[in-house]
Each structure stands twice: as C-alpha cells, then as structure tokens.
Write a protein that binds this ligand. Structure first.
Ligand code: GLC
Length: 744
C-alpha cells in the first residue's frame, strides 16, 4: 500500500527530472506545500528537531566502522517524534557499508512507518574531505587551502568532498566555515580561510560552488556570525565588536556563500556585543534573511537553544529560550539529545505566543532542502555513487592541494635538501598522523591515531624514503621534554636537522590556549639542536601561528605546513627535497610575539613603535600576511591601470606582468592590494583587492589583469553601509604602486 508520500513522490520524480530549473523550483514548491498542508503541529515541530546519532544508538560497543541502533530510541525519534534530521558520528568514522546500513535503517522507518513518510536528512561535518567515512579522501584544512590562493583548488576539493558525501549517503554537510581568522589564539583558526575578509569570502564562495555543484549535497555556511571574533580568543566567548566591524570583517564570506547558493546556515554559539546570535532577530532575520536574501535553512549549533537559558542567561526559562530562538529566526534546533524544543514550541503555538505560520515557514524551508537535495525521491544511499568514493584522482587532488599549501617562510639555502645528506629528524610532529590532519579527522578531536588507515606515511617515513641516512630522536612531545640531550647528540652527527614541531590535533574548546608561544619543551629542543651548529629546518605543523621568535632567526629554514591532511607528509617532503617548488603564501600575519596580534590590514597608528621614540617599528610580525618563498624567483613589472580616474559605477583594470626570473618552474600567487590615502574613518594601511595564481616556466612572463569594481574600494561606514569616498588610492602589487583617483 503506497504511503501518501509515495503518491506524492512518483509524479514529482518523473516531472522534476525533465523540467527546466525554474519549473523544477515551482514543482518543488508545490510538493512542499502539498506535504505541509497535510502535516499536524506535532509533525511540524518534529521536522524542526535535529538529534545526534547518540540519541538513537544502542549502548555499549559497536562494530568497527558501523553503528548499532537502539530500536526503541530510534522509533521514538523517527516515528513518534518525526525528527527532521539526525547528525554526527557516534565517536569514530563509519565505513561506506556502515553509513549505508545506518541510513537504510533510519530511512526505512521514516518512509514506511510514519504517516507522511518524510525522510530524515542526515547532517555531517565533512570539514576537510570525507573525514567521517573510513578511507575517505582527506584534504588540508581551510587555513592551508587559503595559503594556496587558488579558488579552483578549493572548488575541486569541495566537489570531491561532496561526491564522497553522496557516496556515503550524506546529503547535508555542515561546511564550509565562513568565519574569518582575526584572532590566531582561537582554537578553530585552522578551520578559517585566514584573516582577510576578501580572501575568506572568495574561498567560501568557491567551496560552496564545489559542494553544491551536484545538487545532492546541501552546504552550510558556519558559524553565522562573528564566531571567530571573540576578544580573548577562546571558543564560544563574547565578541565585543561594533556592528561596523562585524559587517566589515566578518560578514563578507557569508554574503559570498549565499550568493553561491548555500542552502543552510549554522549559527554562532557566541554573542555579538552582548547579544547571543541565537536570540538575535536582527542578525538572523533582518540581516541574514531580509538584507542578504538567504532563503535556506537556519540550524542552531549544538545545544544552543538550551544555552540561551543555561549559559548566556538571557532566557529565564527553557520555554523563553525556545521562543527567543524561533522569534530570532531559527528553523531547526540541534537539540541534540532531547525533544523539549519540540514540546515547548508546540505549547507556544497552542497558547498563541507563536503563530503556526511561523512554524510553517521553517518547515517549508526544511522540506525544500529535502526536495532539492533529491532526498524525497531517493531517501537511501545510491549504491552507484560508491564509484565516486576515494578515487585515485581524488587522492591525487588531495596531494596537489597539500603541496600547494606548504609555505616556505625562511631559507638560507639549506633547502632543497640533498638526498645524500645525513638527516636528523626530531620533534613531536615527525611521527604524528594526528598532527598532520588536525581536528575533525575520523573522530571529533582528530586525536585517535588508531582510526587511521594502514600505510599512511608520517613525515619521518617520507624523509626516510628520500634521505641516504636518517636518525630520529623525538626529543620532546608537544608539551613535555623527552631526551633533548640525546636528540642534540644525534643532530650533532648529521648534515642537517629537520624538527617537526607545532601542535597535535584538537577541535573547538579543547584547543583553547592562553599563550600563543610554542610550548617551552619544543623551544628548548629546537635551541639544543641549533646549539650543535647543525643547520636546522623547522617544519611547523599547526592549526595556528604559535610564536617562535626565540628560535626563528637561527633557523636555517622554516616551513609552514598547517594541517596538510592525509597526503601531508609526502607533500612536505616533496618541498624539503625540492620535488615540489613551494608556492604557498601566509593567509594571516604570523606574530613575532604572543601579545602582538596585529593583522595586516591594521591602522597607521599600529605601526608606531613602542616606547619614547615613535618610529615605524610598531608593526613587526615574524612573517607578513602574503609572505612565502619559492625555489625560483619572480619579478613584477609594468603595473598599469587602464584609467587613473574612476567613478563609483566603474570597473578598473589593473595589468601587471609577472616573470619567472629563476631557473626552475614555479607558481606565484600575485596579490593586489589597495591603500586609501585619507578617509572619514581611519583607513587600513593595506587591503587585499585581488589575487591570482600563475604558473611559469623559467624565463616565462605572463601579463595578468585584475578587473576590480570600484565599489570594492568602499569601506563600511558608521551607518553600517558600504561607503565609497572620493580621493586617492594606492594600487599595489609587490613593490609596484600606482595611484587611482575616485571622483564622485
Ligand atoms: C559543533 C560545532 C559545529 C558542528 C556541530 C555539529 O559544536 O560548533 O561546527 O557543525 O557541532 O557537529
């Protein structure tokens, strides 16, 4: 006996497949309205509820790569409560079979034992590839991808991630992160595309384009808004920012992601200027929906409705919390363990506090996401899509991505290493696969090495496979000294020492720190090895720029590896041995001191020195935003603007010729900056206006053109709106500068 949904499905399936886009949207809307019209209030508030897998899983042990469900709790969630979504893994990643069995069980219940047969939409955090499906393709995290300054690379990585989500049967990905990394202490810094709003916006756009390309996976912009703007740099702490700052520094990636078609937004668990975002009608409805035109699903973050009552303390009761969050504009509550949200929302509707039409609006958006991902027509994983999973070509893309992120920060000529050189390897990241991959890898914290597939090389393995002779003494863990003297003795006998230092994996608040300095044990190890006189190469494997000023000047070379992913060890070794010419550039300012956290787009007053003499030494980073060396050299010439005077509605074309003046092929990220001479609010000393990656053979030149809408020169004024002021602007590429005059 076909369920009502089946009656609704079949015509839709046939029709949708043959309709042009607009008609398909109309048909989708008709299907949604038809379903909505049949729903009870309980069914509606059920759709607005999202529970985590733990809430429906059996107690006790589970098969490796699989999950045992608790039939009673699963029935309660899916049949009795009719939850709209389930999310997450239990603790560790599932195999493809594990996902297919789990989803098959959930959807069988949802489509055959509920009145309307609406499938559950399963949400997952594929943050850097298919990190919750065993053997999936794992990419560098966003901070490293940003260092490649290559939109197409980000798009391709996102597309592969999306394909492997489809193969796993997962239609909703809680990615990409659109947060801007303005505070390097922040534990989720590696999830950002760096400190520049424009760079982050362009990469967020590319990620959404890649993720949404197939249509079967809904992307999620997170965490709206200014989650990364906390004053003290710890997770989920207040961001005391003005609205102007929020709009200038944190909003651009969300605007770009919405323009690119993201179908969901996840909210920031924190607060902006004293207002929890989950309770902010202004940010969630007036700005996100009315101003930015977002029409998709707004999902809360973990327990964040409850936290309005228990943490933020703006809701005296749980019922107040539910009311405030729904009135602010949320569509789905990641409760994620219970059904109080649904019960209280139904109560609020019945008592007339919240109109049922408000609930309908949310359910409409949730059902639309289920229709447009194809979930209503194909609730269970498509076995044929397994062919998309972990393809060799995808793994090669991950290796290209890892190589492209590696950023050579300093090199006295010790790199590339000679294969015949006797190499000493030390440091806590030398053998660590978890450090290379960072958080959100097989397990939430990424710290479970047991979960990694066999045969994945560590950096030590990758060096051993290249060096004539390798000795290894760790010398320190990430936090504690081991036998530093033994490490120094071993280093003394080598031609070169490679120390892999930085951080092990972490996610969210677990990664909170109170000092950006590289831990003492690691600094001591580095100093002991440097004291032997053996040239020392520092490889920084870390999710944020831990300060190293005590040892940086004496390092023969410094390589920033970020968290390069499963192919990271080979990629780093490819650079160390010159098999790949590094082209990464820092997407953030690398601080010299733990309390000198100025970003590159600082104000002039931040350049003034400390102490009596106010010289220009105030802004003195270890390495500047955009810094990155190559094994070849590039020269810029003929910076030309197609016009020196422009009006607000114009485009300006900036031409520059790049030449590879060295003796080996290489890639260069050409960065275009601007500087407003005077403005009604203090102008930043520089702002990124454009970037382009060029690949050049020795002696080859290429003239590139940036087409920049003049409105991009606007800043956010006191009124929170873009403000373009007339006057002179420098336009800069490398050491070249030209002047542009904006007239009214
Ligand atoms: C976490 C994170 C968020 C993630 C969600 C579901 O708390 O803040 O990024 O998508 O919960 O795992």
């Amino acid at each position: 006996m076909p369920t009502p949904l089946a009656r609704t499905l079949l015509p839709g399936l046939i029709l949708i497949l043959t309709l042009p886009p607009v008609a398909a949207q109309e048909r989708a809307a008709e299907r949604v309205e038809a379903l909505l019209a049949e729903m009870t209030l309980e069914e509606k508030v059920g759709q607005m509820t999202q529970v985590t897998l733990t809430a429906v899983a059996a107690e006790g042990d589970h098969p490796r790569g699989g999950v045992l469900l608790d039939p009673v709790r699963l029935r309660e969630a899916v049949v009795e409560r009719g939850v709209g979504s389930i999310l997450n893994v239990l603790g560790a990643s599932l195999s493809l079979d594990g996902w297919h069995e789990l989803l098959g069980e959930i959807q069988r219940l949802a489509t055959s034992e509920t009145r309307l047969g609406i499938p559950v939409i399963y949400g997952i955090d594929f943050m850097h590839g298919a990190n919750y499906t065993r053997e999936g393709t794992i990419f560098p995290h966003n901070l490293g991808l940003a260092a490649a300054f290559d939109r197409d690379l980000v798009r391709r990585a996102a597309r592969i991630t999306s394909e492997e989500a489809i193969a796993s049967g997962l239609p909703w990905n809680f990615s990409p992160v659109g947060d801007v990394g303005r505070i390097p202490l922040w534990p989720r810094y590696y999830e950002t595309f760096g400190e520049d709003p424009f760079l982050a916006a362009e990469m967020t756009r590319a990620a959404v384009e890649g993720m949404e390309a197939d249509g079967r996976v809904a992307s999620t912009l997170k965490h709206y808004l200014a989650y990364s703007g906390s004053d003290v740099g710890r997770d989920r702490t207040p961001a005391n920012l003005t609205e102007r700052q929020v709009r200038e520094e944190y909003l651009p990636p969300f605007r770009a992601g919405i323009e690119a078609g993201a179908r969901a937004v996840m909210l920031n668990s924190g607060e902006i200027d004293g207002e929890p975002v989950h309770a902010s009608r202004y940010w969630v409805t007036d700005v996100l929906r009315d101003e930015l035109g977002f029409k998709g699903v707004v999902v809360t973050d973990w327990m964040d409705v409850i936290f309005l009552h228990t943490r933020h303390r703006v809701a005296p009761t749980m019922k107040d919390a539910v009311r405030m969050a729904v009135e602010a504009g949320i569509d789905m509550s990641m409760t994620p363990y219970d059904y109080a949200f649904a019960d209280l929302l139904a109560e609020l509707v019945r008592e007339g506090t919240i109109p049922e039409s408000r609930v309908d609006a949310s359910v409409r958006r949730i059902l639309t996401m289920k229709v447009t991902t194809g979930l209503l027509d194909a609730p269970t994983p498509d076995p044929a899509a397994r062919a998309l999973f972990a393809a060799e070509a995808s793994r090669e893309t991950a290796r290209q991505a890892a190589r492209a992120t590696i950023t050579l920060l300093q090199n006295d000529g010790v790199l590339p290493l000679r294969r015949g050189a006797r190499v000493f390897v030390g440091g806590p990241a030398a053998e660590s696969l978890t450090a290379l991959n960072g958080g959100w890898t097989y397990v939430w914290q990424g710290t479970d090495a047991f979960e990694f597939p066999d045969g994945v090389p560590s950096l030590l393995d990758a060096i051993r496979s290249r060096a004539a002779q390798t000795t290894f003494v760790p010398g320190a863990t990430f936090s504690e000294p081991l036998d530093i003297e033994a490490a120094a003795r071993a280093a003394a006998g080598a031609d070169v020492a490679v120390l892999a230092v930085g951080e092990d994996a972490y996610a969210e608040w677990v990664g909170d720190i109170r000092d950006l300095t590289l831990p003492e044990a690691q600094l001591s190890l580095i100093e002991a090895v440097q004291a032997t006189g053996t040239p020392t190469v520092l490889v920084l494997v870390q999710g944020r720029p831990r300060t190293i000023h005590r040892v940086a000047d004496r390092a023969a070379a410094i390589v920033m590896a970020y968290t390069p992913g499963m192919e990271g060890a080979e990629a780093i070794a490819d650079v160390l041995y010159g098999e790949h010419n590094p082209s990464g550039r820092l997407p953030f300012t690398y601080p010299r001191h733990p309390n000198a956290l100025d970003t590159y787009d600082h104000r002039y007053t931040q350049t003034l020195d400390t102490g009596f003499d106010r010289g220009r030494g105030g802004f003195d980073p270890q390495f500047a935003f955009g810094h990155g060396l190559s094994y070849t050299t590039f020269a810029y010439r003929d910076l030309l603007l197609d016009r020196q005077q422009v009006g607000p509605g114009d485009q300006v074309r900036v031409h520059v010729t790049v030449t590879n003046t060295g003796d080996r092929a290489g890639a260069d990220a050409v960065l275009l900056f601007t500087r407003q001479h005077y403005a009604s609010l203090t102008p930043p000393v520089r702002r990124l206006l454009g970037f382009r990656k060029v690949h050049l053979q020795p002696g080859e030149s290429e003239t590139i053109t940036f087409s920049v809408p003049v409105r991009r020169l606007a800043f956010i004024g006191r009124d929170g709106q873009p403000r373009l002021e007339r006057g002179d602007f420098d336009v800069m590429v490398g050491d070249l500068t030209d002047t542009l005059r904006v007239t009214p």
